[in-house]
Write a protein that binds this ligand. Sequence first.
Ligand SMILES: C[S@@+](CC[C@H](N)C(=O)[O-])C[C@H]1O[C@@H](n2cnc3c(N)ncnc32)[C@H](O)[C@@H]1O
Length: 205
Amino acid sequence: MSINKYQKQSIKKYDKIATNYDQTLEGKATAKSKVKILEMVEPADGDKVLDVGCGNGSLIGAVKKKANIEAYGVDVSSGMIEECRERFKEITFQIAVCENLPFEDEELDIITMNCVLHHLKDPQAFYREAHRVLKPNGTLLVGELWYPAVVKQFVDWIILPLLRAGDNKLFSHGKLKRMATDNGFSLGRIYKKGSVQIVEAIKEL
Ligand SMILES: C[S@@+](CC[C@H](N)C(=O)[O-])C[C@H]1O[C@@H](n2cnc3c(N)ncnc32)[C@H](O)[C@@H]1O
């Protein structure tokens, strides 16, 4: 697989913090939206559910407890995937990128993604892949950090390039919704409170 600049930086960063991710500032900052996605996701017995950019597996591990599902996780960081395999033996994890998912067309019922979209060079490529691998009427739940426009500009143009930690650009709430509707999804439930935004997208029939 060919690796772009953002993926390369992410691998370097997340391999390093994989074993103590939950205790890092970032682990704590992304926890709120993870809890909200977990609250919103509604798997049924027999569903195939994938968490994309699964980190240390905590979200898919918790989703697995909600129903008798076939659970999957993918992440670009081999360190994170090793951590997942240690923690959750009954879940299938693979090293893979969001932009090229190792699943067949219309194979999955639900996809979750927490705080990963802003890492992607081409977020549209992820939406196209999610649309391809989801069954008709399948659900995609995307959580992202939200900041007011001025703060977002500052973070996008000054902070993230300085950090060189695999982050591309944050998403406004309008843009996060448009990502779904521009790629063949209709909007489901929407959540936005403080720095947390979640957009549920349903693959149209
Ligand atoms: C902020 S962490 C979030 C981890 C997890 N989703 C959570 O909420 O705890 C971002 C994760 O996305 C992964 N990642 C970044 N770019 C990726 C890509 N292009 N494909 C797959 N995973 C990616 C990183 O390795 C990292 O585990």
